[in-house]
Design a protein around this ligand. Structure first.
Ligand code: IPE
Length: 250
């Protein structure tokens, strides 16, 4: 059984400044992942490495080959930092770039070449994916967020745990994290659940929640937790209670 962990770009980078990685945070996260790396697929967000170039070139609405190249190279650089840090922490891992493995339609994953990911897991190597630009059958190209990737992969890999590390304590209502949320609750909390601070082209907390509610509807529950607080990633990987659980409507 695989497990999926997403670490938001807001934890790995300063989302308000271009190319501002947080190397100490990346190393801390790698050390926490190293406590329980078995059968784990890591997906990380793009943070300022993705959202800022994407916005500069008007992606995904505007088709720009130069924008695609610049944005991809930028997020691939962040991925390289994460992979190097995990390697130093003793975790065998390899980068998997969605640009080269996914095909989208209307911004949604239509097909994905999963064989390398499955083989890596079988060989004890952690695949590391990230939010990326990708070719799109109807739009030329679009953006695939880490949240869309985890929802897709969790279904295809039949994951038992899906943990989404963000820079807030979960789904906040009046500043406090809900213990759990299901689709039926969405209308009631609509006004509280906003988009994220800083530059975000993939929908912030609302976009994240919609992906995870869809996943819950298909039978896989998940958790959104604060990955910037030391120890939380380790806790989430052990299946301990952290943050807000995204559960299926009864
Ligand atoms: C966005 O990825 C990808 C690009 C902008 C190219 P995410 O949506 O997963 O990134 P974060 O977690 O919000 O930073």
């Amino acid at each position: 059984m695989t497990r999926i962990l997403k670490i938001g770009g807001s934890i790995l980078t300063d989302k308000s400044r271009p190319l501002a990685a947080r190397p100490e945070e990346i190393d801390r996260i790698a050390a926490e992942i190293a406590t329980r790396p078995e059968d784990l697929v890591l997906v990380h967000g793009a943070g300022s490495f993705g959202h800022i170039p994407a916005k500069r070139y008007g992606l995904p609405q505007n088709f720009s080959p130069e924008g695609l190249r610049q944005t991809h190279l930028s997020v691939a650089r962040l991925c390289e930092m994460v992979v190097e840090s995990l390697g130093r922490a003793g975790v065998e891992c390899l980068p998997v770039h969605p640009l080269s493995t996914a095909m989208l339609r209307q911004g949604r994953i239509e097909s994905f070449f999963l064989d390398p990911i499955k083989k890596m897991i079988a060989e004890g190597i952690m695949p590391v994916l990230h939010g990326d630009v990708a070719m799109d059958a109807s739009m030329g190209a679009s953006i695939v967020s880490g949240d869309q990737l985890i929802a897709y992969l969790a279904g295809k890999l039949q994951s038992e745990t899906v943990a989404v590390g963000s820079n807030v304590d979960g789904v906040l209502v009046s500043g406090r994290p809900l213990a759990e949320i299901k689709r039926d609750d969405l209308v009631r909390f609509e006004d509280d659940i906003g988009t994220s601070a800083g530059v975000d082209v993939t929908g912030g907390m609302r976009g994240k929640l919609l992906e995870l509610l869809e996943l819950a509807d298909r039978g896989t529950e998940s958790v959104i937790f604060h990955a910037g607080k030391e120890g939380n990633i380790t806790r989430a990987l052990k299946g301990e209670r952290v943050g807000t659980r995204i559960v299926r409507s009864k």
